[in-house]
Design a binder for this molecule. Structure first.
Ligand code: FE2
Length: 447
């Protein structure tokens, strides 16, 4: 999962820029902001039940939580550049250096990332923050406009009304047995008393990425469905709502990767979701009109791999099977079900992109390879060879608990589809991640 948001440039009228060159330093006008705080009113009207649950939350944080380790200590996690920021309404920017390329006119630069709506009382992981879009719009003849808005997810909306955080986190809620059991009981009671309904409405943060699918802008987080967003010509950011690509499965809580892959030639988007009940992996396609196509369930995935990203080429979808897994036996030990399984041999699955089932799927073991992000992939040798450029943590065991120690590095992965062999080549010894390319080269060879 991203620790800093992904970003790309787009036209608010839904056409992509081919390139984006930030040649200017932009600063918002120093206008004093007086943002309305809706929580004061909500808190004053807080129902008795919500107050009761909050008092139990406070008790758990005060008396049952052991001292917080750095990865879930908000004083550490939210320090420095990761400190939360307020929303900012559309605000004109001054150009202080350089000049804007004319080709940017009519477009926007968008970033997504975690930004907690409330200062957490107890454990908080970097991945737990509510999604916020930061947008620079280049539509006004008077200059760029900067705007930051929370993505109004179901979680955000419920907690705004309640006045404090109530949703659990898979990364930080499990903090030794006593605190974990207590939090589990509070969650159960809240769901039972309709404080919130994660089954019907999801619990995602939409805090990882943004993507254009079928010509529409979405904010994504892999624990939930995407949220449809809109950037207005005036530079404001509006949440249109949780978008259910899976209306054919109304009884299952669906999710999808935050890193779908768009084919610039066909307009199709390819995606996948992992789940905790079989099939543990499902691949699917969304056509150029935004209509989801039938699932391709992958039953040969033997454990829930928290695969975060994948690759798309002209003919193949390539899915990593990582050592980061979901293991619910950890919960009874008071630990997060998301853990690193060092005994598992990671694999890479290669399947034709238009496959209707997994009969042509090829799994290739790849010791030491946990693809976190895939910058691009393409084919060579008439499709016999697949080349991927990916980031791979040097220390996968740190991927959840010590992000600054995971040290991802860029590798070129060469897969011979016919021989089912895989070779890794380190591209740089620098710590690098989340590489971005010109999206018109997505799935095609790039430099
Ligand atoms: Fe990511």
């Amino acid at each position: 999962m991203d620790t800093i948001s992904s970003s790309f440039a787009l036209n608010p009228h839904n056409s992509l820029f081919s390139t984006f060159s930030p040649l200017k330093k932009l600063i918002p006008h120093t206008k004093k902001l007086t943002l309305k705080n809706p929580f004061i009113t909500s808190s004053q009207k807080r129902p008795l039940l919500a107050t009761f649950f909050k008092s139990i939350d406070d008790f758990v944080c005060t008396f049952l939580d052991p001292p917080l380790r750095p990865s879930i200590d908000p004083k550490h996690v939210l320090s420095g550049n990761f400190a939360p920021v307020d929303e900012l309404p559309p605000t004109a920017c001054d150009v202080v250096e350089g000049s804007l390329p004319p080709c940017l006119h009519g477009g926007a630069y968008i970033r997504n990332g975690p930004n907690p709506h409330f200062v957490p009382r107890g454990p908080h992981h970097l991945f737990d923050g509510d999604g916020m879009l930061h947008v620079i719009t280049f539509t006004s003849p008077d200059g760029p406009i900067f705007c930051s808005r929370y993505i109004k997810t179901y979680k955000y909306t419920v907690e705004q009304k309640t006045g404090h955080p109530i949703f659990p986190s898979v990364f930080s809620s499990f903090n030794r047995l006593a605190a974990s059991i207590s939090r589990g009981l509070i969650i159960f009671a809240r769901v039972l008393t309709r404080q919130f309904d994660p089954v019907a409405n999801g619990f995602g943060l939409a805090n990882i990425n943004v993507a254009l699918i079928g010509g529409r802008l979405f904010a994504l987080g892999e624990s939930d469905l995407p949220y449809a967003m809109k950037v207005t010509p005036g530079g404001d950011v509006i949440t249109l709502g949780r978008h259910d690509f899976f209306s054919d499965k109304p009884f299952l809580n669906m999710n999808m990767t935050a890193h779908p892959k768009m084919d610039p030639q066909t307009g199709e988007a390819f995606s996948f979701r992992y789940h905790v009940i079989p099939p543990l992996l499902t691949i699917f396609k969304i056509d150029a009109n935004g209509k989801k196509q039938p699932d391709v369930p992958i039953f040969s995935m033997k454990s829930t791999s928290l695969s975060h990203d994948f690759a798309l080429t002209r003919n193949y979808v390539i899915i990593p099977d990582m050592q980061i897994v979901m293991d619910f036996t950890e919960v009874v030990k008071g630990r997060s079900p998301a853990r690193v399984d060092l005994d598992k041999v990671p694999r890479v699955g290669v399947i034709p992109r238009y496959a209707e089932d997994e009969s042509e799927l090829v799994w290739i073991e790849a010791r030491g390879l946990n693809v976190v992000h895939c910058t691009n992939a393409w084919e060579e040798d008439d499709g016999e060879t697949v080349v991927m450029v990916v980031s791979n943590p040097s220390s996968i065991e740190q991927a959840l608990e010590g992000l600054d120690l995971a040290c991802p590095k860029m590798e070129k992965i060469i897969i011979n589809v016919k021989d089912k062999t895989l070779h890794r080549h380190l591209l740089s010894d620098e710590v690098l991640d989340m590489g971005i390319i010109n999206p018109t080269y997505s799935g095609r060879k790039c430099r």
